[in-house]
Design a protein around this ligand. Sequence first.
Ligand code: ZN
Length: 203
Amino acid sequence: MLKAIETSYKGYRFRSRLEARWALFFDTVRIPWVYEPEGYELPSGRGYLPDFCLPSIGNTLVDVKPLPEDFNGEPHFSEGTKEAQFSEVCWQNGSTQAYALIFGEPGPVEPGGKMSSYVVHAGDYPYYFCVCPWCCRVGLEFDGRGARVCGYQQHHKTEEEAFAALRTTPYRDVRRVDDKCYSFNDPMLLDAFSVVRAHRFGT
Ligand SMILES: [Zn+2]
C-alpha cells in the first residue's frame, strides 16, 4: 500500500491528503468538524481513533479511507479491520452513536457511473451529502434525501407551503416534500466538489 502524505491544513497535521481534502470539503459546505476528537477501546482491546466528529450531523463520527484496491463499483468494507470492529459496536442494537465510513475522494454522485467515493452508515448504503431544500444546510442522509436534513416542518407550517417554496433546481420532479427531495446533485455541492478537487495542498 502507498504511504499516505501528511498534509497541513488550518494548523492541523492530517495523516493523509485525503483527510485534509475532506476537512476542506466540510469547510466549503459549512459543516463544522473536529479532528480526531477521542479514542476508543475496541472489544478486542485494540485502540481506535476516528478521524472526525461532525457535531451538526448528530455528532456523527467519521473515518475516511481510500477506495478499496479491489473496488469494483460495489460498496463494501473489509471485515476484521478496526473500522469494522468499531462499526459493529456503533451499529449494534441500542447504540445511539452515529458512525460513517467514507471511502474515496470528495466528488459528485454519478449514478451508474464511476464513483469517486461512497459512504457506509450504520451498515447501510448509500448515504450521500445532500442539502435541505429550504435553508441549504448540508446533511448526510440515506439516498441523499434532502427533505430529511431538517424536515419541512422546521421551515413551513404545511406541506403545501413547503412545496411552493422549493427552489427549482434540482427539485423539478419533486411531487412530495415529506421525505425525499433528492439533493446530492445540488449545484452548491457540485461547486464545492470542484473547489475541493482543484485545491493544491502544501505539505
Ligand atoms: Zn433546513
